[in-house]
Design a protein around this ligand. Structure first.
Ligand code: T5A
Length: 231
């Protein structure tokens, strides 16, 4: 990697059981194989929610329906769980490490907006997080996702919830493209694991050697100058 390049930030999003973890793990392996073995480590894989932290444990209990929380409170916990890792992400990227995340801010917005919370309210705590260079959205019908292993064990794994979430994800993807906030690529996740992995690789391969330019921050540029205290 040239010294002027930084690591790429790649996010995998999608509905529950769309194969995000399967693909994140395959992509992680492939990215590791494609790196220069003399320099380590060069790729890190993160998963949100990160259920290992104190905040993550509260989220885990909520998702397993072992605790109840106000919709806004759980939304802010999911966001705080990302902010816990924000400086780690930027440090990795700055040192040239590729960061791969299994879910990110977009899940946070989609699942809470589906409950009826205002879209802008849901987006606000995510403003300023490190922005992905590429978001891969695993597109699958809620019906196909529901037929996959393990479905229905957690709080949001119901067909009517997933349909609503998909609708918000579509809106986010469109807004990301319109606002030039980073590349958003839809992938047909209803194919075999191998076929889906190939589709992902086509989008990721150009980023393997790193990317040019500073690390941007999600939606910061969409704030109006008077909100930022400028003229
Ligand atoms: N959430 C999350 C919020 O509300 N706000 C937030 O801010 C965030 C970050 C937990 C929940 O939290 C919500 C969203 C979720 O409801 P999670 O821990 O990511 O989030 O949980 P899941 O989405 O349920 O993640 P999973 O890991 O369980 O599902 P994946 O990763 O999409 O699917 P995966 O890879 O585990 O595969 C599921 C099954 O399908 C098979 C696999 O072998 C597995 O059995 N499979 C395939 N089968 C056929 N063809 C393929 N192509 C397949 N790919 C995988």
């Amino acid at each position: 990697m040239s010294s002027s390049k930084r690591g790429a930030f790649i996010v995998i999003e999608g509905l529950d059981r769309s194969g995000k973890s399967t693909q994140a793990s395959l992509l992680h392996e492939r990215l590791q194989d494609s790196q220069d073995v003399a320099t380590t480590p060069k790729v890190v894989l993160l998963k949100f929610p990160d259920r290992t932290t104190a905040i993550g444990k509260m989220i885990d209990a909520y998702l397993r329906s072992e605790s109840e929380l106000d919709d806004r409170a759980i939304h802010l916990l999911f966001s705080a769980n990302r902010w816990e890792l924000a400086s780690t992400i930027t440090a990795h990227l700055a040192e040239g490490t590729t960061v791969l995340a299994d879910r990110y801010a977009f899940s946070g917005i989609a699942f809470s907006a589906r409950k009826g919370l205002p879209y802008e309210w849901c987006r606000t705590p995510e403003i300023g997080l490190p922005a992905p260079d590429l978001t891969l959205f695993l597109n699958i019908s809620p019906e196909v996702a529901a037929a996959r292993g393990g479905y229905g064990l957690e709080r949001y794994e119901r067909e009517e919830v997933q349909k609503g979430v998909r609708h918000v994800f579509d809106k986010i993807g469109q807004a990301m493209q319109d606002e030039g906030e980073g590349k958003w690529v839809g992938i047909d996740a209803g194919k075999t694991k191998e076929e889906v992995a190939e589709e992902l690789w086509k989008a990721v391969e150009p980023l393997v050697g790193g990317v040019q330019g500073p690390i941007s921050r999600l939606w910061e540029t969409t704030l109006t100058p008077d909100v930022q205290g400028g003229s």
